[in-house]
Design a protein around this ligand. Structure first.
Ligand code: GLU
Length: 492
């Protein structure tokens, strides 16, 4: 089967997390069926238009590897992908509807419509157009047009007819036309409304499957009527359920945390974001949780998308991210980390780039199972990258480990120095460093913690850090010696 899907956002803000899901399902479904996924920009509502959002959208889609096959300004541009560049097309088609009688001119002023709405509201009636202009004669219309009166164009919704469409995710939807308003198709500013432009574009771009979020289900009967008015075959619809925040509230539209970019900025891996988002609504019918994008393409089935709403839970995203950090190759993670810093933390990128790659990689390798995301890294590794600060004496003493006075601390720091300074001692792996220390600790009848605690604190000057052996492995001989000697000086 030829499958052409599309993502058709209105450029009003950053890409939302729930829209990423729409993109993902459109992408997976098209790729699974070996055909096309298109990006079209629905920018006919000029009051909500935000110029930078299109460029930002393209950037974010590229960052999460969901690149459409056709998009605005692509080199093989088949047609304009921005609705604002397609106004002539809509005009031509709406004229066709006027000719075949399925649309009509409406000369009602916005003042009249406002008053009508108020009256209906006061009577607790659904707000609907009262079809005041629906039955104007041809002569009356001509007269008003000749006078140059402003107008809109409305859909002539047939009387008492059941409109039905099948939905691949939800169920069969049937609505009687008595509940459908004579929808405005063309506004007085000469821009089409969403409904008209959306249907014409989906038809012209030969979209076979319209996959979008549930919010558009109530509009779909109007779209079906439009397809019928044009005599076109309608696409197959699939409406994806809502997404709620972990407190079960609807996500607010303008909070930074609901933008995809905020998760890229926090340093989540694309693998984790895509994996988590896909499983939010989609049930692969097994207990398996980790999927690469290629595996998602081959496994994905629109029919297996949940009908119920889903809940976005950052803890689950953290879990996926940790899994990927633990399992991906360190060279790959390192490259991703550098790309991340280049984009989101230029200063720290410079700090890192000035140091040997091997040093940074060792640190990242040690930290990758302790951080949840890249943005946690800097906070936990300051002692690897900043000039040492003054030691807090209370930190190096430790009641629990019976390190009660500085004499023992100094004694053990000196023994550590003695081990480190002996060039015959092999410090090439954490294992060999461990053997050196354990042997010495046994010899002196001490407990591991009593020795390793002061060494660890001397090297990091922090309450929490990787262990002493890991720190020695990363700092290696000279740096470790220098740090311990400095602490001994401080303790004098
Ligand atoms: N422009 C609509 C939106 O941003 C598109 C809905 C659709 O996919 O038909 O939600």
């Amino acid at each position: 089967m030829t499958v052409v899907t599309r993502f058709a956002p209105s450029p009003t803000w950053y890409l939302h997390i729930w829209s990423l899901r729409t993109v993902l399902y459109n992408y997976l479904f098209a790729k699974k069926n070996n055909w096309k996924f298109m990006l079209r920009i629905e920018d006919t509502d000029r009051s909500r238009y935000v110029e930078w959002s299109i460029e930002n959208l393209l950037e974010v889609l590229a960052s999460v590897w969901l690149i459409p096959d056709e998009w605005p300004n692509n080199p093989w541009k088949n047609w304009p992908y921005l609705q604002s560049e397609r106004l002539d097309i809509y005009k031509k088609y709406v004229d066709e509807l006027l000719k075949n009688g399925t649309a009509y001119y409406c000369f009602c002023s916005s003042k009249r419509l406002e008053k009508l709405r108020e009256e209906q509201k006061n009577l607790w009636l659904p707000t609907k157009y009262d079809q005041n202009c629906r039955y104007l004669s041809e002569d009356e219309v001509k007269e008003k047009l000749d006078k140059g009166l402003p107008y809109t164009i409305r859909l002539r919704v047939p009387k008492n007819k059941d409109v039905t469409f099948e939905d691949m995710i939800k169920w069969k939807v049937t609505v009687n036309t008595k509940d459908i308003d004579d929808q405005v198709l063309f506004k007085s500013d000469w821009f089409p409304t969403y409904h008209l432009a959306n249907v014409i574009d989906d038809h012209m771009m030969e979209i076979t499957h319209v996959i979008r979020w549930d919010e558009w289900t109530p509009s779909t009967p109007k779209h079906v009527l439009l397809y019928e008015s044009f005599g076109w075959e309608k696409p197959i619809f699939a409406h994806i359920p809502l997404l709620l925040w972990s407190d079960r509230k609807k996500l607010s539209k303008r909070t930074w945390d609901v933008s995809v970019e905020s998760y890229l900025e926090k340093g989540y891996l694309v693998e984790a974001i895509i994996n988590y988002i896909s499983l939010l609504w989609w049930n692969p019918k097994s207990t398996r949780e980790m999927f690469t994008i290629e595996e998602l393409i081959s496994e994905f089935k629109l029919e297996d998308v949940h009908k119920a709403w889903a809940v976005f839970d950052v803890d689950r995203l953290d879990w996926f991210n940790s899994k990927y950090l633990a399992s991906l190759d360190i060279d790959l993670i390192y490259n991703k980390f550098i790309t991340y810093l280049k984009r989101y933390d230029k200063n720290f990128h410079k700090t890192i780039k000035d140091l040997p790659e091997d040093y940074n990689k060792k640190i990242l390798n040690e930290l990758k199972t302790r951080i949840k995301k890249f943005s946690d890294f800097k906070r936990l590794t300051d002692f690897f990258y900043e000039e040492p600060w003054v030691l807090e004496i209370d930190l190096i003493l430790n009641e629990k480990m019976k390190i009660k006075n500085l004499t023992t601390v100094k004694q053990w720091l000196n023994i550590a120095l003695w081990i480190l300074k002996d060039k015959n001692n092999d410090l090439k792996s954490i294992e060999s460093i461990k053997n050196l220390f354990i042997e010495k600790i046994k010899e002196e009848w001490m407990k591991n913690g009593q020795v390793l605690w002061p060494v660890r604190v001397a090297l990091s000057k922090k309450e929490f850090s990787p262990g002493a052996l890991e720190l020695i492995y990363i700092f290696w001989r000279e740096k470790s010696i220098e740090k311990i000697e400095n602490v001994l000086k401080e303790l004098k």
